[in-house]
Design a protein around this ligand. Structure first.
Ligand code: AMP
Length: 428
């Protein structure tokens, strides 16, 4: 139901509106995060909100919950199957191949921030439309780049004020000497304990046994505590790669906790896998995750382009901030708020506000004919540093009274000096 019997229309379930001041905080978080990424050489990329369904079917994987249960897939008027993007990595890799970026210097380093859509059951921290900030480093296997991506993710979270724990694992690669050999061992173990597994998980043993580590079912979880682990079955190259990643993180002083049950259950996900979890998020405790996807570009029909990336959930970053007691800061774009005491003063205030804006200084004024007290309240709500008061006397004298809303000091200055005073540091 989109509307109550007689109420106004509402947003769809699992979506949220971003209103001031939270929308202002949100924009600052995005800007700061993308700046952190750019300073590490990851420049912004934008891909469409929808893709051919194939991009996700092949790029995320036919056996994943995302593809089998959560995608918003529809046929357009020409009968093409399209899907609203549920994640950012497959579209970015598709765009890199389509744009031929791999013919330039490698790795291609890109960052994005945007809405993702998945039809999941909404709950605290879980939405049907949510936003992710992510990076992708495409075209290298260098373990230093794994460390670069992991450290960058940790730093973006720390700068956003989120206290997160980094879980780290290697899931090897698709060879008998490595993950394939291990999967036979795991499958044999799971078949032996099949009766104890939840029915959904039992069905996965044949198709995607690694996913049983992700099960939320208590019976399966109990079985998995004694399951054989991939860590002991990594081939020499994957072992050495992982040692190089952890060594580089150690050298950077990035704290992590090895989590041998952390998996990404698809063939083209390889080697490094990681997740950031926060104790402040309740059941949906993952604030971000990432990993290496050395087979993804080929799965999308492109050349071999090993890569690694992360995606952080912006909505959950905000939830974690709130749980940590951080409220949205007041907006600080309006520096001067005009307080006009009659209609003539309002007309003058309007002209002066626009003059300030043209000079690059944020300025606003009251349009509702509020009292002086009400206008001063509006000034505070706007986050203004200065109230510029215009009354009869100021108009007659060609002056303005500027009040510093931080110190409470006020003085009367020539009208032409207002720009200089409010743009300055507080000394009239
Ligand atoms: P994933 O692409 O599933 O690895 O998710 C990466 C991050 O995106 C997660 O750690 C969450 O922070 C966030 N995320 C994923 N799904 C949702 C959702 N339904 N609602 C809010 N955030 C989500």
């Amino acid at each position: 139901m989109t509307r109550g019997d007689d109420g106004p229309l509402r947003a769809p379930r699992g979506t949220q509106d971003l209103l001031p001041p939270a929308s202002w905080e949100w924009q600052r978080l995005v800007r700061d995060a993308l700046d952190d990424c750019a300073r590490a050489g990851y420049l912004p990329v934008e891909t469409p909100l929808f893709e051919h369904t194939e991009v996700f079917a092949r790029g995320v994987g036919e056996d994943t919950d995302v593809v089998t249960k959560q995608m918003y897939t529809f046929a357009d008027r020409a009968g093409r199957s399209l899907t609203l993007r549920p994640e950012g990595t497959a579209p970015v890799v598709r765009a890199v191949i389509e744009g031929g970026l791999e013919r330039g210097a490698l790795p291609v380093k890109l960052a994005y921030c945007g809405a993702m859509l998945r039809q999941e059951r909404p709950q605290k921290g879980r939405f049907r439309q949510f936003s992710q900030i992510g990076v992708e480093a495409i075209g290298t296997e260098d373990p230093l780049v794994d460390a670069e991506v992991v450290e960058l993710g940790a730093r973006v979270l720390a700068n956003a004020g989120v206290d997160a724990t980094l879980l780290l694992n290697s899931i090897g690669h698709l060879a008998e000497s490595c993950r394939l050999g291990y999967l036979s061992v795991l499958r044999a173990f799971l078949q032996e304990r099949s009766d104890e597994l939840a029915p959904d998980d039992r069905a996965r043993v044949a198709t995607n046994p690694l996913r049983t580590f992700d099960s939320k079912d208590p019976a399966t979880i109990a079985v998995m505590t004694s399951a054989p682990l991939l860590t002991g079955h990594l081939c020499d190259e994957c072992r050495a790669h992982f040692d190089a990643v952890t060594g580089a993180l150690d050298a950077l002083g990035v704290a992590y906790s090895l989590e041998p049950r952390l998996v990404r259950g698809l063939d083209y996900y390889t080697r490094t896998a990681f997740e950031f979890v926060s104790g402040r998020l309740g059941a949906q405790n993952a604030v971000g995750g990432g990993g290496r996807y050395d087979g993804l570009a080929e799965a999308l029909g492109g050349p071999r382009l090993p890569g690694i990336g992360f995606a952080l959930g912006l909505d959950r970053i905000v939830v974690a901030r709130r749980e940590g007691g951080v409220e949205p800061p007041p907006p600080d774009a309006v520096r001067a708020f005009f307080v006009a005491l009659d209609d003539d003063a309002r007309a003058a205030a309007f002209r002066m506000a626009v003059r300030l804006r043209r000079a690059g200084v944020g300025a606003d004024l009251d349009f509702a004919g509020r009292s002086m007290k009400g206008q001063l309240k509006s000034a505070a709500r706007a986050g203004a540093r200065w109230a510029v008061i215009l009354g009869r006397r100021e108009l007659d004298d060609g002056t303005a009274t500027v009040k510093d809303l931080v110190t409470g000091e006020q003085s009367t200055v020539p009208a032409d000096d207002v720009v200089r005073v409010v743009a300055g540091d507080g000394s009239p």
